[in-house]
Design a protein around this ligand. Structure first.
Ligand SMILES: [Fe+2]
Ligand SMILES: [Fe+2]
Length: 261
């Protein structure tokens, strides 16, 4: 497919849950994404148990990709207690793995963080009571702070947020309501209000909804592979999103926090 000079195309997918038996099963999909887009975004749960063996299988599957790759890890990538091994293996395979950092590709800023659970809106768990509850909430706050600091570093006109957990309920709808608090956190939405982005991509909610919006109208895409496969069986399970490239004479806009408290 011919590259457009004025548009940057992103292909996003999450929840690959690669196992040692996945060898040879994803190359066709990744080749299609590489052909269709200019940048590949990977939204966590890239492996099933976070083992070195799984990470190596994924790295080999990704060898067909000819475009820049950017990823965040998911909770499954932590299961074996060695997320750094997954990160190192993917980094050696050419993937930029973000954990509260930002990068710029094709003139578009990308801020990435795994995120965490904790619930949404008035149902958000508060830091009150036992130390274990406070620690749980602190983890969600910490991930939100990492997202905010990553977004604050970007000076590009166009920005994308890459997450594993959802920042809104709209894209987890479809899952049992009892588990909503474990699928994401409104605390992740707060930085997106202070530092608006063009789009948010996440995974984790395999039975959620493909599209939603933040309260300031930013599109949020749940790109969990099982959801895309089930919702659009006639299409490869990645989401395409286009960003208009800056014209050379346009000044880049500095990211500005909201002036309200
Ligand atoms: Fe998952
Ligand atoms: Fe997950």
């Amino acid at each position: 497919m011919a590259r457009s000079a004025s548009i940057v195309r992103f292909a996003a997918i999450g929840d690959l849950h690669v196992t040692k038996d996945s060898a040879g099963t994803l190359k066709t999909l990744f080749a299609q994404a590489s052909e269709a887009a200019d940048v590949l975004l990977l939204c966590g749960d890239l492996t099933d148990y976070g083992t070195a063996e799984e990470a190596h299988v994924l790295a080999e599957e990704l060898s067909v990709v000819k475009i820049p790759m950017v990823a965040v890890l998911g909770n499954h990538d932590f299961e074996s207690g060695t997320p750094e091994v997954v990160t190192e293996t993917l980094t050696r395979a050419g993937v930029r793995v973000l954990d509260g950092e930002a990068c710029e590709i094709e003139g578009v800023g990308i801020a990435g963080v795994k995120g965490f659970a904790g619930g949404f809106g008035r149902g958000s768990l508060g830091a009150w009571g036992e130390p274990a509850i406070k620690q749980f909430v602190q983890e969600a706050l910490q991930e939100a702070l990492k997202l905010e600091s990553a977004l604050a570093k970007l000076r590009t006109r166009h920005r994308i947020a890459l997450l594993h957990y959802s920042p809104i309920t709209g894209t987890v709808a479809g899952e049992p309501v009892e588990i909503f608090p474990f699928l994401g956190s409104s605390r992740l939405e707060e930085p997106l209000l202070r530092y608006p982005v063009d789009a948010v991509f996440h995974g984790h909610a395999h039975r959620g909804t493909m599209e939603g919006k933040t309260i300031n109208g930013v599109p949020v895409f749940n790109v969990a592979k099982p959801l895309l496969t089930r919702s659009r069986p006639d299409q490869p399970p990645f989401r395409l999103f286009e960003v208009q490239r800056d014209a050379p004479e346009e000044p880049a806009r500095a990211a500005q926090p909201a002036t309200t408290a």
